[in-house]
Design a protein around this ligand. Structure first.
Ligand SMILES: *[C@@H]1O[C@H](CO)[C@@H](O)[C@H](O)[C@H]1NC(C)=O
Ligand SMILES: *[C@@H]1O[C@H](CO)[C@@H](O)[C@H](O)[C@H]1NC(C)=O
Ligand SMILES: CC(=O)N[C@H]1CO[C@H](CO)[C@@H](O)[C@@H]1O
Length: 192
């Protein structure tokens, strides 16, 4: 008798139990990561740009730099080569990464900066000089001066120039678990 009751109970619970939530598809995970990356890049105005420091045996070097993406995803910079702190952007190896963390926005609550759910994005690529008279150069200049009004006070003698990070890889850590690598294409196709 007890066995029958248990059996009936098992059948009932099997038919009424709420199904386990289906995990999001890999495509949905990639879209979310691409979206989080674009959001964070557009919400921030500065990050750490890492490149090879030719002054120190090409050792890795991180530099805090201002940027703006104008809402389009590509980070633009306004840099002077007189600044001794800037590593070898224009040299033989212009590989660079921009890293931005959500913690700096003050929206991580009580989380530690290192916790994966406090989002981090690293865009890797090449730092390239822009022609200021090109269409992209004009856009970069306008968005940089809009986001960084004090750029208008920089001394002309320092010969600041426009640069962009030509992105080849997107790294996103936005939850516990493995980091995500949304494709550059899905990063750019995000609508904010
Ligand atoms: C990017 O962020 C700025 C504010 O920081 C906002 O004004 C702008 O609308 C955002 N761009 C997009 C495309 O969401
Ligand atoms: C960039 O924008 C600033 C502010 O509008 C302007 O004064 C400057 O001439 C622009 N520079 C270039 C190279 O277009
Ligand atoms: C400004 C700058 O970065 N210049 C150096 C970059 O690296 C090359 C060698 O790879 C040097 O010749 C440049 O002076």
């Amino acid at each position: 008798m007890a066995l029958i009751i248990m059996f009936v109970f098992l059948i009932i619970s099997a038919t009424t139990a709420t199904p386990l939530p289906t995990p999001p598809s890999p495509a949905a995970v990639e879209l979310q990561a691409a979206y989080d990356a674009r959001r964070l890049i557009n919400s921030s105005v500065w990050g750490v740009v890492s490149s090879l420091n030719y002054k120190n045996g090409n050792s890795p070097f991180g530099n805090i730099l201002s940027y703006s993406d104008g809402g389009r995803g590509t980070p633009y910079f306004y840099l002077t080569l007189l600044d001794g702190a800037i590593a070898n952007f224009s040299g033989a190896d212009a590989r660079s990464s921009l890293t931005v963390g959500q913690f700096a926005l003050g929206t991580c609550g009580i989380q530690d900066p290192q916790e994966p759910s406090c989002a981090k994005v690293t865009l890797t690529g090449l730092l390239q000089k822009l022609d200021p008279s090109s269409k992209e150069g004009k856009f970069a200049n306008a968005t940089l001066f809009e986001r960084h009004p004090r750029f208008s006070k920089l001394p002309p003698v320092a010969k600041f120039q426009l640069y962009k990070l030509k992105i080849s890889e997107v790294f996103v850590l936005n939850t516990y678990g493995d980091p995500k690598y949304p494709t550059v294409k899905s990063y750019y196709s995000v609508r904010l």
